[in-house]
Design a protein around this ligand. Sequence first.
Ligand code: F6P
Length: 468
Amino acid sequence: MSETSSSGRPIVIAANRLPVMRTNEGDWSPSPGGLVRALYPMLRESGGTWVGWTGDPDDHAEPFSVEGVDLHPVPISAEEMNLYYEGFSNDALWPLYHDALRESTYDSEQWDAYKTVNERFATALAEIAPADSIVWVHDYQLQLVPGLLRARRPDLTIGFFLHIPFPSVDLFTRLPWRDDIVQGLLGCDLVGFQRPRDAQNFIATVEQLLEADTSDDTVSFDGRTVVAADYPISIDVAEVEEIATGRATRQRTSQIRARLGDPEVIMLGVDRLDYTKGIGLRLRAFAQLLEDERLDPTRHVMVQVATPTREAVEHYQDERASIERLVGEINGRFSRIGLPVVHYLYQTLPYDELVALYRAGDVMLVTPFRDGMNLVAKEYAAAHIDGDGVLVLSEFAGAAEELTDAVQVNPHDDRALQDAIVEAVEMHRHERRGRMSGLRDQIRKSDVQGWADRFLAALEVASSTASR
Ligand code: F6P
């Protein structure tokens, strides 16, 4: 069974990863990551098809169904995992699209593997997608798929959503295969981005590279018109609220506070251990505040959850080593016997445990150098059903556009970051509640179902006006 759009057309989703991964016992469980958490509830609601990789190399699993969702695995070999996933996707595109925070590796063997895997996805989609259906392709690992699929199946409506930032023209044009990537994306009817700036960067890039005709939100190229606009992604607010309200979560939250020594203020960070997330910045800010005695290790503690990710990529190994050294230094300097001042977990925690931690967190620190959206910021607000808690949020997270009731900060400015943390810690209850109420109103206005509905409705309009 396929999910259908509001006009009744079946929908097929393509993303690098399937929404489930194999457990050690050989069953399937939801795979981690914001993309899955955002889209899986939508497909589970009404059934649907998802095309993607199981996450295991050389996995030739047959199509199967979980919770009414049809899953169609695309195999990726160990060598392709190295070249396409760790290499081109995460060592060339990822740093380039995140303000070139680390040097990208541009390697034509990796590019060839990226093309091969994108071809494989396009072939699978061309075979599976019902006549006249809608195919929704996701993220930077699959940017060639729209163009390849359009060539094979001109009857399809094709949408693409980029979950990470789209860089400025000056950065993007460093990419040796820049024309191929933009032409791949132009196979769509609608290309969606997190922020208006990302859509503008894309349009400016197309204009410069292909000399295409453009307007505020359209590109005309090769006889077709493609819409490019922003659709900021969100979370399943009801799911988080339901977990947060549960008795087990309330008990776990009290237990966490007690285990941390019942401090006055718990500061929390929850991130994939990625160099874009600014984990080191916030740890250094915390250490400086302890050093300057603006914070007190007997009253203020930090919990940092760092989820393992892309561990084979060198930049990630370096980042982990640097964070762990820093945590050790801070604890060595400021902890007391049995009471570390930074509690660091390099683990993938179950979602229920994360929600309990969000509830326990008096101050949430989200300080990326650059982030497409940052769903953790939204999850924190959704979990605070008590109406309390303060979010400190980097200006460079996509979420900053909407979450204007957060304490926003430029994380590159170390003094400003320290001041923002102190402001959050010392904020009067009345102001805290006012800001949290603003954050919660904002996320309730646009949850993940609304995001998907808006994107799909715009995609159908775009495809009805585009000449195919
Ligand atoms: O935000 C970008 C993204 O690739 C998401 O699509 C995904 O949920 C997350 O990062 C995790 O990445 P990976 O699939 O490489 O573990």
